[in-house]
Design a protein around this ligand. Structure first.
Ligand SMILES: [Zn+2]
Ligand SMILES: [Zn+2]
Length: 208
C-alpha cells in the first residue's frame, strides 16, 4: 500500500511537499521539498523510511528550496524533468532571487522524461510531462493517485505568466494528459487541497 502525507514547509507560499512511501518496504520519495525542515527530517528517520529520491515537479524556488538539505541528510538523488534542469542551478531562472531567498544549488542526478518510471518498493510512479506552468513541469501517477505539481489545482490551474509559461500548453497538458485519467483518480496538487479528476472535469472553470 502507498501512503502519502502533506507538509507545508514554506508557509508564505503554501507549497505542498508530499512524502509518499510504500508501507511494506518503507521506501519513500520526497516530492517538492519547499524548504529545509528539521521536524520532517526527524519524522522520516523516526518512521524508518528509506528515502530513495527527491522529485521536483518543476524548477520553481518554492518547490526545490529543501533539495540540498534533504539530499545531504539522506544521500539520495534529485530528479527533475530535463527541460527544467537549468532552473535548479540558476537563482534567476528558479525565481528564488526575486523571492528574496537565493537558494543553495545542486544539479539534478537523474533527468526525467515523459513515460519514465520511478520505482517505489513494488509500486511504480509514472512521469507525465505536463508543460505549461514551466517547460519541464511533470505530474506523477501511481495507480489512482496523481501528484499534479503546479499544473492542476482544485478548481484552478498553474500560473502561466512566469518566464517560459504558456497558457495554451497548460490547457493542452491538462486536457490531453490528465483528463483522460479515470474520474476517481485523486489529485494531490502543488498548492491547496486535494481533488479528483472527475471533480475537475466537471467544475474547473479554466479548462473548458
Ligand atoms: Zn511553480
Ligand atoms: Zn508552486
Amino acid at each position: 500500500m502507498l501512503k502519502i502525507e502533506v507538509f507545508i514547509l514554506l508557509p508564505a507560499f503554501q507549497t505542498n511537499t508530499w512524502l509518499i512511501w510504500d508501507e511494506k518496504s518503507k521506501q519513500a520519495l520526497l516530492i517538492d521539498p519547499a524548504a529545509p525542515d528539521s521536524s520532517l527530517l526527524e519524522l522520516i528517520k523516526k518512521q524508518g523510511l528509506k528515502l530513495q529520491g527527491i522529485v521536483n515537479t518543476h524548477g520553481h524556488g518554492d518547490h526545490i528550496g529543501g533539495n540540498s538539505y534533504f539530499q545531504e541528510a539522506f544521500g539520495c538523488p534529485i530528479m527533475i524533468h530535463e527541460a527544467d534542469q537549468k532552473m535548479l542551478v540558476d537563482n534567476k531562472k528558479n525565481l528564488s532571487e526575486f523571492m528574496g531567498t537565493p537558494l543553495k544549488l545542486e544539479p539534478a542526478d537523474r533527468l526525467l522524461h515523459d513515460g519514465d518510471i520511478i520505482e517505489l518498493g513494488t509500486h511504480q510512479l509514472k512521469v507525465i510531462h505536463t508543460p505549461g506552468h514551466t517547460p519541464g513541469g511533470i505530474c506523477l501517477l501511481a495507480g489512482k493517485l496523481l501528484i499534479s505539481g503546479d499544473t492542476l489545482f482544485e478548481l484552478s490551474i498553474g500560473r502561466t505568466d512566469f518566464p517560459k509559461g504558456s497558457h495554451e500548453q497548460i490547457i493542452d497538458s491538462i486536457k490531453n494528459k490528465l483528463f483522460i485519467l479515470p474520474d476517481d483518480t485523486v489529485v494531490f496538487p502543488g498548492h491547496g487541497p486535494r481533488t479528483t479528476i472527475g471533480m475537475e472535469k466537471l467544475n474547473n472553470p479554466f479548462v473548458r
